[in-house]
Design a protein. Structure first.
Length: 228
């Protein structure tokens, strides 16, 4: 069962997050979802969210944003947090950022680690001396399922070099940040047929930066699935 907790309006409320975590901001009136980065806060007063360069291209409609209800979601230490707030101010220089009102209530959802989320993430790995293109079709905090398209390819050496319990290095482009990262894992199962190879991978130890990016990306993927 999913564990749900609520942090109530309280002068001692401390937002469970640290700087440089990604936030997903939903602007109700503009029907927009914006990726941002937490760059500052003053407890019980405001939160500063820096907008990613690829979001809000063109006119930065500060009037429409300030008047609209705002929902903020993020992932932190294995839980998804959500709170409602308002925009207190919008700045464009030296960076585009929102000053958000500090939340009075924060909802916490602990999602079981075994849940996998469907996705379509282009990736690559090195098998033998060749770079092989793959697609990650589902992902969790512990691992992922990758597919390699082999339709029309006559090289059977690829099949012979993929084995259970073998280490695999995966370079993947994450949706949340748009950046590429290297993931290390162990192949736990392999399914092969005439058109594709499927690899079940369990992630190995990640650097804190990469783990945070993966966790954030899974949050975006899971929230996008709920919207669909």
């Amino acid at each position: 069962m999913e564990d749900k907790s609520i942090y109530h309006d309280d002068p001692l409320l401390r937002l469970p997050i640290t700087l440089d975590y990604e936030l997903l901001i939903e602007i109700a009136d503009l029907k927009s979802r914006i990726k941002s980065l937490l760059v500052g806060m003053e407890h019980n007063h405001y939160i500063i969210a820096k907008i990613f360069p690829n979001d809000l291209v063109g006119v930065f409609n500060s009037d429409g944003i300030i008047k609209s209800p705002i929902a903020v979601m993020y992932r932190y230490k294995g839980a998804v947090y959500r709170f409602d707030t308002t925009v207190q101010n919008v700045i464009n220089y030296p960076a585009r950022a929102f000053f958000l009102k500090y939340p009075e209530v924060v909802n916490k959802h602990c999602v079981p680690e075994k849940i996998r989320y469907k996705c379509n993430l282009p990736s690559q790995t090195m098998i033998g001396n060749d770079i092989v293109e793959m697609v990650i079709i589902d992902i969790s905090h512990n691992g992922c399922l990758c597919t390699i398209n082999t339709a029309g390819k006559e090289d059977k050496g690829l099949y012979e070099m993929i084995h259970v319990d073998k280490r695999i290095d995966i370079m993947v482009q994450l949706q949340g940040s748009g950046e590429r990262y290297d993931l290390v894992g162990i192949i736990r199962n392999v399914r092969k047929d005439i058109s594709q190879i499927q690899l079940g991978v369990m992630f190995g130890e990640m650097s804190p930066i990469v783990k945070k990016k993966v966790d954030n990306d899974i949050t975006f993927i899971s929230n996008a699935g709920k919207k669909g």
